[in-house]
Design a protein. Structure first.
Length: 248
């Protein structure tokens, strides 16, 4: 039986149109949270991956939950400001931010370009800074909050059986996410805000592959992190597959 431990929380989930983000949005809503589903995809395009923020929000509402779909390109500062303002206007507060959206630029080191590098840093790293800056004042006014940054094992090793060579920029961006999480934690602690990085492992929404997990399996770890504040569990880099064993 799913408990309602997040019934008083307002949660923003970026990258909520599909994959881990969609699974987290639905899973956190099932635990009582009001979820702001953010991503670029509002309409399915031919040849593109399936899923939209409206479909995710509709699935939450169909199950009796509260949800709001807001289009947001995390690489655009104005979009981030509008996302946060819309969340506050609609629900009156922001308690939790799930930084999940990511543009996994793929290119070998030899073939990569400066433009690709700059784009990866802009979308994947600068956006992390901007999102956290945008929500922190609202969380502080509420007496605290939690930021969960969805990282990857790629932060430690660029090539694994689940991630073939060619994701150098992705690996660097995830490593930056983890270092940011631990570095800013002491400052956010003073504001009552917890910040942690979570490695979900290899996740597939549609396939039951050996060694892979599903978005649903990641939800309990994220739900725990979402309940933390600055005086609690913060500044950590953890793996969802180890939740309940090596942590908390």
């Amino acid at each position: 039986m799913v408990t309602k431990e997040l019934s008083d929380r307002v949660v923003i989930v970026t990258g909520a149109s599909r994959g881990i983000g969609k699974g987290l949005a639905i899973g956190l809503a099932a635990r009582g949270a009001a979820v702001v589903c953010a991503a670029r995809t509002t309409v399915e395009e031919p040849g593109a991956l399936p899923g939209t923020i409206h479909a995710t929000a509709a699935a939450i509402e169909a199950a009796g939950g509260r949800a709001l779909a807001v289009r947001c390109d995390i690489g655009v500062p104005d979009d981030i400001e509008r996302l946060v303002a819309t969340a506050v206007d609609s629900y009156g507060r922001i308690d939790v931010l799930i930084n999940n959206a990511m543009a996994p630029t793929r290119s070998t080191f030899a073939d990569s370009t400066v433009d690709q590098w700059d784009e990866s840093m802009r979308v994947n790293v600068r956006s992390l800074f901007l999102m956290c800056r945008a929500v922190a004042p609202h969380m502080e006014r509420n007496g605290g909050g939690s930021i969960v940054n969805v990282s990857s094992g790629g932060a430690s090793h660029e090539s694994t059986p689940f991630m073939p060579p060619g994701y150098v920029m992705y690996a660097v961006a995830k490593a930056a996410m983890e270092r940011f999480s631990s570095a800013v934690a002491p400052e956010l602690r003073d504001l009552g805000i917890a910040i942690n990085a979570l490695r979900p492992g290899a996740v597939s929404e549609d396939h039951d592959w050996t060694g892979w997990t599903t978005p649903d399996a990641v939800v309990p770890a994220v739900a725990f992190l979402a309940q933390q504040i600055g005086t609690d569990f913060t500044g950590r880099i953890v793996e969802s597959t180890q939740f309940g064993t090596t942590w908390p």
